[in-house]
Structures are given as C-alpha cells and as structure tokens.
Design a protein around this ligand. Structure first.
Ligand code: B12
Length: 136
C-alpha cells in the first residue's frame, strides 16, 4: 500500500514539475532604426519585440521573419560572436573601411555605443536600436 502511494505521488510530482517550471516568454517592444549614413535624414524605423533578457540578435531575427523590408546578415567571429555584416543588402567592407555601427537610444533619450555586438547586447523595453552604416 505504502509502495503504491509513493508511486502515485511521484507520478503526480512529475506531472506538476513541468507545469510549474514552464513559463511563456515575455516580449518587450523595441524599435530598430536603419541609417545609411550618420547624416541620414530619412532613416527607416521598424518596430519589433525582444524576449525579456533576450539578445538583440533574437529581435533582429524576429523582425526579419515578420517584415519583408528588413534583412540582415552576420558572420561568426570565433572570439566575439556574431558580427553584423549587412543590412538591407548594404554590406560593410574592409577595403573601404565601412561597417555597421551599433548604437542604442535608451528610454531616457541618451544615445550610447554598446561595448558588445548584436549577440551579446540585451535590449531593454522601449529602446531604439540604431544601426548606422559608418566609416572607421
Ligand atoms: C579594430 C576594431 C574594430 C573595427 C574592425 C575593423 C577591421 N575590419 O579591421 C570596427 C570599427 C569595424 C569595429 C566594430 C565594432 N566593434 Co570592434 N574592435 C576593434 C579592436 C580595437 C581591434 C580588432 C583587431 O583588429 N584585432 C586584431 C586582429 C588581427 O584580430 P581579428 O580577430 O581578426 O580582429 C577582428 C575582430 O576583432 C573583428 N571585430 C572587431 N570588432 C568586433 C566586434 C564584434 C562584436 C565582433 C563579432 C567582431 C569584431 O574585426 C577584426 C578584423 O576582422 C577590438 C579590440 C581588441 N583589442 O581586440 C574591438 C572590439 C573587438 N570591438 C568591439 C565592439 C563592441 C565593436 C562594435 C560592436 C562597436 C559598436 N557598438 O558598433 C562594432 C561591431 C558592430 C558589428 N557590425 O557587428 C569589442 C567586442 C566586445 C564584445 N565582447 O563583443 C572589442 C573587444 C572592443 C571593446 N569595446 O572592448 N571594431
């Protein structure tokens, strides 16, 4: 009898655990602004979502999957992870010293330049991610 109760209780626990641990992902709204130069007066702005505590790369993939007007490519650097190569067909180029700069306008209006790339940056709600085709 005791054995039987233990088996039933264990089965009930196994059914409960996944229910208590599984939670749906919370999504936070962010904007992605694409500037073809630092003085682009008519930048493109896209609205998308990032998972709470999720990485920018996830949000860019979500945006590309849902909006035909936004495309990007990246390469994998062995030390620093994903490097943003191109946005909407415009690619950075070592010989021309061009690259896509990553900046962020925070909710309080400050523009910062993160010291990590798209694979490490974790956007907060209502941030504006600014991708600017730049020269180094
Ligand atoms: C020069 C340099 C650049 C140049 C590279 C030009 C070139 N093609 O030579 C430019 C200006 C393009 C650049 C851009 C960025 N960089 Co940079 N860069 C450096 C620096 C000072 C030296 C790299 C180097 O020449 N190493 C020597 C060569 C022989 O080694 P290598 O492995 O082949 O170097 C390559 C990588 O470093 C790569 N690279 C450079 N920066 C970045 C950033 C990321 C996220 C990735 C994946 C790759 C990468 O480009 C180099 C040439 O191919 C390093 C600091 C350091 N001391 O390493 C920072 C560094 C690598 N960069 C960094 C950052 C954050 C960026 C940016 C994200 C900045 C931004 N907010 O826009 C952008 C990348 C945006 C994107 N498009 O994804 C960080 C990465 C930290 C991290 N954990 O992510 C570093 C470590 C500096 C720091 N802040 O601490 N960068």
């Amino acid at each position: 009898m005791m054995m039987m109760m233990t088996v039933v209780l264990s089965a009930a626990l196994l059914l409960l655990i996944p229910g208590t641990l599984t939670q749906s992902i919370k999504l936070l709204p962010i904007d992605v602004v694409v500037k073809t130069s630092s003085n682009d007066i008519d930048p493109l702005t896209f609205s998308t979502h990032v998972a709470d505590r999720g990485i920018l790369l996830g949000a860019l993939n979500r945006l590309m999957d849902t909006n035909a007007n936004f495309k990007f490519t990246y390469s994998d650097n062995p030390n620093f992870g994903p490097y943003l190569e191109s946005v909407n067909g415009v690619a950075g180029n070592d010989t021309q010293h061009t690259y896509w700069k990553l900046q962020v306008k925070t909710a309080d209006g400050k523009v910062i330049t993160p010291d990590v790339g798209i694979g490490c940056y974790i956007p907060k709600a209502n941030e504006q991610i600014i991708l600017t085709f730049s020269k180094w």
